[in-house]
Every structure is written in structure tokens, then in C-alpha cells.
Design a protein around this ligand. Structure first.
Ligand code: IPM
Ligand code: MN
Length: 350
């Protein structure tokens, strides 16, 4: 019996989560696994009402779950940074979800903004370090508010943190068993401390994976290749900040935020799965947002629970719906409502 914690969150979060849970239920009937759900109300809305964010006792409680399913958190009425650090990053950090796994896969050429790119050309995975780097929040103001003001933001990289991420990426590339190529995406030519460490750790780990081809690309060039030659990539490993940036571009070349899902993974603990788009306040309550990203997150969650067949079936059903039914992946232009898209995935699973 799996215990799944559900954080529907703000904006369109609850709408897309409802569709994801519909698909989870259908998958459990088909693949005969059992689960129970528990709702957690962490959100911008709750913060505005109660001042509460994620607390230590919440983290302890969540550690008892098999997985966490997250919709989206964020409210336009809360100052930027509060919900991000108090909910999303708090969960990632305190549950030590040190990998952010973001598959970039094109399901339908019609949805790709790149000319002449087909599904087989865009099929790679970004392994984003998820616990360190610039996200650590280290730094300070000096002489704040004066003309001599200095703002310092530190990228914090530990040997242990970098190495565990790189080794995860090598293992993942081997297990994925496609091109068996791992690209380190960095900035060794300018960020000479952080990327020196990353490069050394990468080269050393590579010795244990003679079956994996290794490659290096600067982050700026990586964004160029995403557009020009996305077919070159298989698995990419990078730090937290670069991973954040390149995966938004990745989402666009796979068709948009409506289809992009990610996993915040603690290989030894509790992992959390989410659509990577935000809470989309302007579409809230309209039944127009695309739930496929949230449904793909369910597929990833199932795979993480070792329900590999079920996870694959969910992805296959999404592929069918995205390639044969939807007119667009964009909110309001799909040709179907949010709940109808959920129903289509369920039909295609059966
Ligand atoms: C993401 C988001 C978050 C991040 C924000 C909301 C803190 O952009 O999951 O990519 O920067 O990691
Ligand atoms: Mn992001």
C-alpha cells in the first residue's frame, strides 16, 4: 500500500492534480497496486490566511510517505521569494531531494517550435543538481541602500553534493540505455572554482563508467544546441541554476509548459513529482489548463515507486492523446477542457 502525499497548492494546481489523480486511479485498477492519499494544504493561499509555511513537523510527517505529488505553489499576492523558499525549496532541501530530473521529450512534431524536428530528435533528460549552488541562498548585502551597495550571491558546491549528482547521472544514463552519452553542462571558462570542481568530479566518476560516452558543453552553447541540434543530447548533468534555466528552454522545445514534468528525487528517501509550470493564476478555475504535465508527473511517480509498467503505460497514454487528439498543448487551445484531457488519458490507458 503506497502512501501518497498530495500538495495541490495554488492557482491551477488543484485542477491539474485532480486529473493526475484520475489517471492514478485508473492505473491502479489496471495494474493492481494499492495506494492511499493524504492532502497537505501548503500554499500561498494558506500563507496569506495563516502566515504558515512548511514547518519541521511537516517535514517529519512527509518522511513517512512513499512519494509526494505536487501541483503548483505560488500566489500573485505574496511577495516573490516567500513561497518559493518557504514551501518548494524547503521541501526539496529538507527532504534532501538532491536530484531534479527533467525529461525533455517531444510527443508530436506539430507542437515543436523548431522547424523539421521530429519526436526522435528531441528525447533527452536533464539531471539538475537540486540542493546546492546559487539556490543555497548564501550571500549578503554590503552598505545596503547606499551608492556603494554590494550584493553578493554565492554558488555553494560541495564535493559530496556534486559527486552524488554526477554519479546519479552516470547511473541514470546507463539504465536509460539509449545513446549512453552524458554531457556535463557548465561554465568552466568563467566560473573557475565551481566548474573546476564539477569537471574534476565528472572526469573521475567517468572512469567507473567506461560504457558511457562523456561530453562537455558550456551552458550558453547548450542553449544554442537545444535549438539547433537537440538530437545530440541523451542525458545532461548540470548545477541547480543552469538546470533551472535550460529546462525551461527544454520545456519549450518539447511543446511547452503544458507537457513538462519533473521529479525531485531523493534516491534514498521520499521523492516529489510535479508539473514544472507555475500556478498560472490567469487560467485558474476555467477548466482550460493542460493537465498533461501533471499526468506525466504521475507517470514518473509510478516509475519511482517501481511500478514501472504502470508508469510507462501512463506515458504511452499521454503520447497517444498528445499526438492524436489535442490541437495544441497551450491552455485554452487544446480543443478539449482540462477534465476532458484527463478523461482522454484514462480512455487511452484502458
Ligand atoms: C522550477 C521553478 C523553481 C526553481 C522556483 C519556483 C523556485 O522555477 O522548479 O524550476 O527555480 O527551481
Ligand atoms: Mn524553473
Amino acid at each position: 500500500m503506497y502512501k501518497i502525499a498530495v500538495i495541490a497548492g495554488d492557482g491551477t494546481g488543484p485542477e491539474v492534480v485532480a486529473e493526475g489523480l484520475k489517471v492514478l486511479k485508473a492505473a491502479s485498477n489496471k495494474f493492481k497496486f494499492k495506494y492511499e492519499l493524504k492532502d497537505f494544504d501548503f500554499s500561498g493561499k494558506r500563507y496569506l490566511e495563516t502566515g504558515k509555511l512548511v514547518e519541521e513537523k511537516d517535514i517529519e510527517e512527509l518522511k513517512k510517505y512513499s512519494a509526494i505529488y505536487l501541483g503548483a505553489v505560488g500566489d500573485p499576492n505574496v511577495k516573490p521569494g516567500i513561497i518559493e523558499t518557504g514551501v518548494l525549496l524547503k521541501l526539496r532541501f529538507d527532504l534532501d531531494q538532491y536530484i531534479n530530473l527533467r525529461p525533455v521529450k517531444l510527443y508530436n512534431s506539430n507542437f515543436c517550435p523548431l522547424k523539421d524536428k521530429k519526436p526522435e530528435d528531441i528525447d533527452f533528460v536533464v539531471v539538475r543538481e537540486n540542493s546546492e549552488g546559487l539556490y543555497k541562498g548564501m550571500g549578503e548585502f554590503q552598505k545596503k541602500g547606499t551608492k556603494e551597495e554590494v550584493a553578493i550571491q554565492i554558488s555553494y558546491n560541495t564535493r559530496k553534493g556534486v559527486e552524488r549528482c554526477i554519479r546519479y547521472a552516470f547511473e541514470y544514463t546507463r539504465k536509460r540505455n539509449k545513446k549512453k552519452k552524458l554531457t556535463l553542462c557548465g561554465k568552466t571558462n568563467v566560473l573557475t572554482y565551481a566548474w573546476d570542481l564539477w569537471q574534476r568530479a565528472f572526469n573521475e566518476a567517468a572512469k567507473d563508467y567506461p560504457d558511457i560516452t562523456t561530453d562537455y558543453a558550456h551552458v550558453d552553447a547548450t542553449t544554442m544546441w537545444f535549438v539547433k541540434n537537440p538530437e545530440w543530447f541523451d542525458v545532461i548533468v548540470t548545477d541547480n541554476m543552469f538546470g533551472d534555466i535550460i529546462t525551461d528552454l527544454g520545456a519549450m522545445i518539447q511543446g511547452g509548459m503544458g507537457i513538462a514534468a519533473g521529479g525531485n528525487i531523493n534516491p534514498e528517501g521520499v521523492s516529489m513529482f510535479e508539473p514544472i509550470g507555475g500556478s498560472a493564476p490567469k487560467y485558474t478555475g476555467k477548466n482550460v489548463i493542460n493537465p498533461l504535465a501533471a499526468i506525466c508527473a504521475v507517470g514518473m511517480l509510478l516509475e519511482n515507486l517501481s511500478e514501472v509498467q504502470a508508469g510507462k503505460a501512463v506515458e504511452d497514454a499521454v503520447i497517444k492523446v498528445a499526438s492524436k487528439k489535442l490541437k495544441s498543448l497551450a491552455a485554452g487551445k487544446m480543443g478539449y477542457s482540462t477534465s476532458e484531457v484527463g478523461d482522454l488519458v484514462v480512455e487511452n490507458l484502458a
